[in-house]
Design a protein around this ligand. Structure first.
Ligand code: HEC
Length: 145
């Protein structure tokens, strides 16, 4: 690892991908991004269900993680990284559509951030909107193991 790589990794860390390091494979990187997205939707879901009390900071943090990660996500699919992951071949065959689906989730998260869901009912609606974006991409682009 040269200095530039380390500097880049540090920048990435500052952006909040705390568990991502420069030495990880593209597969591990993108899975980590998705795991964090999954964790964030989980935190929103707990508020939506009433398992956790409404908390504006948690809502904002979760939406920010989703937005940041999904914007970087489509760049984690270099040629040759098909194997050893749940990434469907369609990602490479139909990359513009794949990117559009990622952008849709990014936009929806940003819209919610701009007008933060302010109570449990609003978080429920947010989870529905985001959840539809997850499924619409996973259906085509995530293979079931
Ligand atoms: C633009 C497409 C796209 C969108 C939108 C998307 N995902 Fe994914 N997701 C994928 C792909 C592709 C994989 C498989 C990645 C791999 O294995 O390399 C994946 C994998 C995952 C995983 C498994 C990660 C692991 O441990 O391997 C989780 C959890 C996940 N997504 C959650 C979500 C949630 C929650 C949302 C919605 C908020 C979402 N995803 C939205 C494409 C997407």
């Amino acid at each position: 690892m040269n200095f530039k790589t380390i500097a880049m990794a540090t920048t990435v860390l500052c952006l909040g991908f705390s568990a991502v390091t420069a030495q990880e494979t593209p597969q591990a990187k993108r899975e980590q991004m998705m795991k964090q997205i999954g964790g964030s939707v989980g935190a929103l879901g707990a508020i939506a269900k009433g398992d956790k009390p409404y908390d504006a900071a948690t809502v904002e943090k979760s939406l920010t993680t989703i937005s940041t990660n999904i914007k970087a996500f489509p760049d984690q699919f270099p040629e040759g990284s098909e194997g050893n992951s749940e990434a469907a071949p369609a990602i490479w065959q139909n990359n513009a559509d794949f990117r559009a689906k990622a952008a849709k989730l990014g936009n929806d998260a940003d819209t919610l951030l701009a007008s933060l869901p302010a109570d449990q009912a609003a978080v429920q609606k947010a989870v529905q909107t985001l959840g539809a974006d997850c499924s619409s991409c996973h259906q085509t682009y995530r293979m079931k193991k």
